[in-house]
Write a protein that binds this ligand. Structure first.
Ligand code: TMP
Length: 237
């Protein structure tokens, strides 16, 4: 497999073509963004930490029967993934209230959400990723009804796998965002799973261990990501 020219550069990752049109190289950069790209900084080692973290989680999800785009880790900051036709929606599951749901509905941070709730957002920074519903997705052609149901099913299945995984490391999986894409009409989990796209709290102290440390200027962002990884048994050396 030969890495070729860059196809796309996102806020924190870049995608490169390869000599195989079905495979891309995903490069995790140190760039860290919040509030739809308004706050941007380079955090040393973030690319490596998130690449290794994502590889570990994607492998766990595959083992649990969730189909993903992940093929293999290539280097410290790069992974090989399948070429997906990404659906422009973000799937969010919440176990505890934090972030936008607190502001939107006046809910106190930390309230248990029982049963866990699901939300769709439109992936569009310029519009600040507005919340959308199934009807919008179908009417505007962002995904078809079968893929909508499958995204919900897979996103909740991820919750069952990862809630337990984090619990074993004495952490709470508060919420997370997933993105899916199509590969020959098959729905696969795409993008990444790292502390950039989820909320993780220490189970006892409820100390924030995810990108809220960056959003809220809490400090020790990458040190804390490494601590999350260490508790899951990931080695960053
Ligand atoms: P929210 O509380 O801001 O709606 O975010 C819910 C979860 O989704 C949280 O874990 C952060 C994640 N998320 C992203 O990864 N990217 C995004 O663009 C947004 C809006 C949320």
């Amino acid at each position: 497999m030969e890495k070729r020219e860059e196809l796309f550069s996102g806020k924190a990752k870049s995608v490169f073509k390869t000599d195989d049109p079905d495979l891309f190289v995903l490069q995790f950069r140190d760039d860290t963004s919040a509030f739809d790209g308004v706050k941007v900084e380079k955090l040393k080692d973030k690319g490596k930490v998130n690449n290794l973290f994502n590889a570990f989680i994607m492998e766990k999800l595959e083992q649990a029967g969730i189909k993903t785009h992940f093929v293999k880790k290539l280097s410290g900051t790069e992974s090989l993934v399948k070429n997906l036709d990404m659906l422009p929606v973000e799937c969010v599951v919440r176990n505890l209230a934090a972030g936008s749901i607190c502001k939107r509905y006046g809910i106190e941070e930390g309230l248990e959400i029982n049963p866990p709730t699901f939300e769709f957002f439109l992936k569009n920074d310029a519009l600040h990723d507005p919340m959308i519903n199934d009807y919008h997705i179908v009417s505007f052609g962002w995904a078809d009804p079968t893929h909508i149901e499958e995204m919900k099913k897979q996103t909740f299945k991820v919750n069952e796998v990862l809630k337990d995984l984090f619990k074993n490391g004495n952490m709470l999986l508060v919420d997370y965002k997933l993105e899916f894409g199509l590969c020959n009409d098959e729905l696969l989990l795409g993008d990444e799973f790292s502390p950039d796209g989820c909320r993780i709290w220490d189970a006892e102290t409820r100390n924030k261990m995810d990108k809220d440390r960056f959003r809220q200027d809490l400090g020790d962002v990458i040190e804390t990501y490494k601590e999350v990884g260490a508790r899951l048994g990931i080695s960053f050396d």
